[in-house]
Design a binder for this molecule. Structure first.
Ligand code: INI
Length: 159
C-alpha cells in the first residue's frame, strides 16, 4: 500500500500570488494571511514570493495563465473578493473566473489555489478575511503548500 500524506516541507519553492485591487481593503487582509503562512509555516523566503496586483477579479485568470505558463512557480494563489450586487454581474464574473481557473490548472498542471471570496455582502467578506469566519488567505496558502508537497511526493516516488 502506498499512501501519500503531505507535510508543509516546501521551503525552496517559488510561489506567485495574483491579487485584485477591487475591494482592496479586504484583499489586503487575505494577502497578509497568505504571506504569514508561506513564511512562517512554509519557510518560504521573501525572494521566492512574487505578488502581482490586477485591477479586478475578472483579470485574475489571464495573469494567472501567463504565470503558470512561465513554469517559474510551484503554485499560484489567487486572491480577490466578489460581492453580490443588485444585478446578475456577480454570477457571470464569478462563474467565468472559477471555470477559467479550473481550465488553467488542468492545462498547465500547476496548482492554482482559489482564495477568491464570493459573498452576498460586505460583512460576509470581512468575516472571511481575518474576522469571525477565519481568513481565506491563510487557507489558500496552506493549500498551496500542501499541493506542492503532494506533487513533489508523486514525482519523487514515481507513482
Ligand atoms: N471585481 C471584483 O474583484 N469584485 C467585484 O465584486 C466586482 N464587481 O462587483 O463588479 C468586480 N468588478 C470588476 C471586474 O473584476 C473587472 O475588473 C472589470 O469588469 C474590468 O474588466
Amino acid at each position: 500500500m502506498k499512501i501519500i500524506n503531505s507535510t508543509f516541507n516546501t521551503s525552496n519553492s517559488t510561489i506567485a500570488i495574483v491579487i485584485s485591487r477591487f475591494n482592496e481593503f479586504i484583499n489586503k487582509s487575505l494577502l497578509k494571511g497568505s504571506i504569514d503562512i508561506l513564511k512562517r509555516i512554509g519557510k518560504i523566503s521573501d525572494n521566492n514570493i512574487t505578488i502581482v496586483w490586477v485591477p479586478g477579479a475578472y483579470e485574475i485568470p489571464l495573469i494567472t495563465q501567463l504565470l503558470a505558463n512561465s513554469k517559474k512557480y510551484k503554485a499560484i494563489i489567487t486572491l480577490g473578493t466578489i460581492i453580490k450586487g443588485e444585478t446578475k454581474h456577480f454570477e457571470y464574473i464569478s462563474n467565468s473566473i472559477i471555470s477559467n481557473i479550473s481550465n488553467i490548472i488542468l492545462k498547465t498542471e500547476i496548482p492554482i489555489i482559489l482564495g477568491i471570496l464570493t459573498t452576498n455582502n460586505i460583512e460576509q467578506a470581512i468575516n472571511r478575511s481575518g474576522c469571525k469566519s477565519g481568513n481565506k488567505g491563510i487557507d489558500a496558502a496552506l493549500n498551496a503548500l500542501e499541493m506542492i508537497n503532494i506533487i513533489n511526493n508523486i514525482k519523487n516516488k514515481n507513482i
